[in-house]
Design a protein around this ligand. Structure first.
Ligand code: NCD
Ligand code: ZN
Length: 361
């Protein structure tokens, strides 16, 4: 009798997905009225979030981070169950003693490196990496992850090459010099970054945004200029987007969720010199679910969204669980903030997934 190969079971479409509650490992919540307008979108989906420190002025001391944390908790509401994880904005004048103190007091979860002038509110960023070597040594020693905005800022570098050049000139040498330093290469946009992270070893990880998984650079110019899709690092060519989708859905623990939700008022986006940033918090999990569904990899969403991040940070995974269901979900055209508005990612569109909220058990 000839052995018959087993007939594969028909793949059943998943219509309801229950996963551990995800965390957002990179978000901009801003401050004041904007914070009040946006925080609930992040707090309703995520258990914890790494809060970017690029306020004006930036969050550069443990005292400022503690005060900002309190403002976020208050804005989210005491009963929201949401935990903001605070970061310190590195400058040329960062005091290693403040990092040690902030770490010891449980205020800092990570340290953020913006090369000076790389992006929104980065004017206070680092101008000379070499001078900061003692600070990197301290960060390595105390074991705080260093979160890196990975773009070369020298004006001779083409904007679409900024990430690849940063790897070569800055990130690879830094990883070599500080082999124990945990680095998160933030909001990666290129296959170069994917390849670099894959070969870099267990101290290197990367976050990937929903918008970079969904759009390549053409989307910013579809039928005219689309300021609400402009963010930094800017979206790249299609092969890069495909590499990001492969990495995110691969199950590789080095890649995890970071929305980079970065709200700017409509008039600041729709302007002669528009701000960079996509406000993706309102439909963050629905957007990621769309990508994982399209790739036939919903089974790996939990690893990317809820497991890989805590593992890299050395934090426990969330005990609560959330449900996502396959259901037509209209996205608001705008979100009010004072007299102005924010235009969210997928504004006015209908998505195929809906965040249902926390589930029992
Ligand atoms: C961010 C912002 O607006 O704060 N903008 C963006 O395009 N992502 C800054 C950043 O993360 O680069
Ligand atoms: Zn960001």
């Amino acid at each position: 009798m000839t052995a018959l190969s087993p007939i594969p079971a028909p793949s059943r479409a998943i219509d309801r997905l229950i996963i551990r509650q995800p965390d957002d490992w990179h978000v901009h919540l801003r401050d004041g009225p904007m914070l009040k307008a946006v925080v609930a979108y992040t707090a309703r989906q995520f258990g914890r979030a790494i809060i970017m420190p690029n306020l004006t002025p930036p969050v550069t001391t443990a005292g400022m981070a503690a005060a900002y944390r309190q403002r976020i908790v208050r804005a989210a509401g005491k009963d929201s169950g949401f935990t903001p994880l605070m970061t310190c904005y590195l400058t040329d004048h960062t005091d290693p003693a403040d990092l040690r103190d902030g770490r010891k007091r449980g205020i800092y979860t990570a340290v953020k490196l913006y090369p000076a002038h790389a992006t929104t509110n980065s004017a206070h960023g680092v101008t000379d990496m070499e001078k900061l070597a003692p600070v990197f040594a301290t960060i390595e020693e105390i074991g705080l992850p260093l979160l890196v905005h990975g773009e070369a800022t020298s004006p001779d570098v083409d904007i679409y090459d900024r990430e690849a050049v940063f790897i070569e000139r800055t990130l690879a040498p830094m990883a070599k010099r500080f082999p124990g330093l945990k680095i998160v290469f933030e909001h990666i946009t290129t296959r170069d970054a994917v390849a670099f992270v894959r070969t870099a070893g267990p101290t290197m990880a990367a976050t990937i945004t929903p918008h970079h998984l969904e759009h390549n650079r053409n989307a910013m110019f579809a039928g005219g200029i689309r300021p609400h899709l402009y963010c930094l690092p800017v979206a790249k060519r299609e092969p890069h987007r495909l590499a990001l989708r492969e990495a995110a859905t691969s199950g590789d623990a080095a890649f995890f969720l970071g929305t980079d939700s970065a709200p700017h008022k409509r008039e600041a986006k729709e302007a002669a010199c528009g701000c960079a940033g996509v406000f993706c918090a309102p439909m963050a999990l629905e957007s990621y679910a769309k990508t994982f569904d399209e790739e036939g990899r919903l089974d790996r969403l939990e690893a990317f969204a809820s497991l890989n991040g805590p593992k890299f940070y050395g934090l426990p995974v969330n005990e609560k669980r959330i449900a996502l269901v396959r259901a037509a979900t209209p996205v608001a055209a705008e979100v009010k903030v004072g007299r102005s508005a924010l235009v969210p990612f997928h504004a006015g569109a209908t998505l195929n997934w809906r965040f249902e909220g926390l589930v029992a058990g």
